[in-house]
Design a protein around this ligand. Structure first.
Ligand SMILES: Cc1cc2nc3c(=O)[nH]c(=O)nc-3n(C[C@H](O)[C@H](O)[C@H](O)COP(=O)(O)OP(=O)(O)OC[C@H]3O[C@@H](n4cnc5c(N)ncnc54)[C@H](O)[C@@H]3O)c2cc1C
Length: 428
């Protein structure tokens, strides 16, 4: 391990070499040029471990609509979020990456990926730019404590004391501990007087209970999914649902998990409309028609051809139509109405908390309202900046979370550089 010699003090220390920290360091370095000392510190043996896993290794690095759709984010300060995105929007971010040499391609729903299909290309280009700017990456170095001493921040780490005029905390969140997710950044910022909201895993499977789940494990189906509390629907979305052993998964469920994480009620349930393109009345007509044309079948196959066979059988069991060895011709009109209402509203009570291991982001974090959305500088401590998931901002799936990391990181880097330049001018 390299010992750190920063007794004289760095101009800028970036704590966390993930998406937001690397973008911040590059943005600062480009503003400041050569006469400037900066380093990125990361606790992991290499920077960007989580970035490599994004988009299933393809890195869905942004979304065409991300900056314009603030309703797709949860935060305590929507105005500050808008200010950050007006400082660095999607076009600016694509320009930033274009300058690094990254060619991108847009796919469905505005999702943008590197054309080469490799998350590693995003990381490589950021690191190559750091090297060109002579910004060191110091890995295997967890910053444990931070305090203010005169004009400098003094930080302790296993490699020694780090002193710096400006600090950007870009430590990410608790999600995906297997990829380096930790809560250290919250602790560092809170030790400097900041406060954090409750942290919850988000963009993850929702644990539910149902006697049918084990027989459906691995099956995918198109559905409209809603997360509901005792008072009604909190959030709905349509898309592919994946049935797991003890949880529902798939992108549509990931989107609901964020609303679930922020819900006040503990009594939540997921409702699946398994045939959203038909009204309940149309569904009753379809099921009545099937009873007329398929009287020779047993119930086991009554819904074969409408749903995956195992899903069809579970829906019938949920509607109380057992035993399934009965003949379709025995179904009464009220049986058909009961089956139809289960198909339109298949209810799964949420059972327990989502897991950090399977979460893509953290819902909650250090309050964004405690930072200036124009600069990402702390309102409590000059020279202290923050970016990325450590702050109380989380977005939906589809490139929204990385866009937040890039926008807040680039803004923090540029602002830290501007502060250094101003302080230099003040001295001369
Ligand atoms: C499997 C998976 C897939 C994802 N896919 C996408 C996607 O396709 N599109 C999208 O928009 N979002 C995606 N996300 C979310 C996205 O990866 C995060 O929102 C983003 O990485 C957050 O960036 P960050 O810089 O805040 O934190 P991170 O990228 O987590 O980086 C934080 C870094 O700080 C370091 N660190 C923490 N504390 C300290 C300390 N005290 N001292 C030194 N170093 C420290 C950590 O080691 C880490 O390297 C995905 C997440 C996961 C888990």
């Amino acid at each position: 391990m390299t010992a750190i010699n920063t007794a004289y003090g760095l101009d800028l220390a970036v704590i966390g070499g993930g998406a937001s920290g690397l973008a911040a360091a590059v943005a600062a370095g480009r503003e400041l040029g050569e006469d400037f000392s900066a380093a990125v510190f990361d606790a992991q043996p290499r920077c960007g471990k989580k970035l490599l896993a994004t988009g299933n290794g393809r890195c869905n690095l942004t979304n065409r609509y991300a900056a314009a759709k603030s309703s797709c984010y949860h935060t305590d300060d929507i105005q500050a979020l808008r200010r950050v995105f007006s400082g660095v929007n999607v076009e600016d971010t694509l320009g930033f990456f274009d300058n690094l040499g990254l060619v991108c391609r847009e796919e469905e729903e505005g999702r943008i990926y590197p054309s080469c299909g490799q998350a590693s290309a995003v990381l490589d280009l950021l690191r190559l730019e750091l090297a060109r700017l002579h910004i060191s990456e110091i890995c295997g170095c967890r910053v444990e404590k931070i305090r203010r001493e005169g004009d400098l921040f003094v930080m302790s780490s296993p490699l020694g004391i780090i002193r710096s005029k400006n600090v950007i905390i870009a430590c990410g969140g608790k999600a995906a501990p297997n990829l380096g997710g930790v809560d250290w950044g919250y602790n560092l910022l809170c030790s400097m007087g900041h406060s954090a909201t409750r942290l919850n895993p988000s963009l993850c499977p929702i644990p539910v209970e149902s006697p049918h789940l084990s027989s459906l494990k691995g099956i995918r189906a198109h559905a409209k999914a809603s997360i509901c509390d005792g008072r009604g629907v909190i959030h709905s979305d349509s898309g592919e649902v994946q049935f797991g052993d003890k949880a529902l998964s798939g992108i549509v469920i990931f989107q609901l998990s964020s609303a679930a994480a922020n819900a006040r009620s503990d009594e939540l349930c997921v409702e699946l409309d398994m045939l959203p393109e038909r009204s309940e009345q149309e569904l009753v007509a379809l099921l009545t028609h099937r009873r007329a044309i398929l009287p020779h079948l047993t119930l086991e196959n009554y819904l074969t051809g409408v749903f995956n066979k195992r899903i069809g059988m579970c829906l019938l069991k949920q509607a109380g139509m057992t035993p399934l060895s009965r003949s379709v011709s025995e179904l009464s009109d009220s049986d058909i109405r009961r089956i139809s209402s289960v198909i339109k509203c298949w209810r799964f009570p949420v059972n327990g908390k989502a897991q950090w291991n399977s979460a893509q982001v953290t819902s909650g974090g250090v309050r964004l309202s405690e930072f200036d959305g124009l600069t990402m500088q702390s309102r409590l401590c000059k020279g202290l900046f923050a970016a990325g998931e450590v702050l109380n901002v989380d977005g939906i799936c589809g490139g929204y979370n990385l866009q937040w990391a890039w926008s807040s990181g680039i803004l923090a880097g540029r602002s830290a550089a501007a502060r250094l330049k101003n302080n230099e001018k003040g001295r001369s």
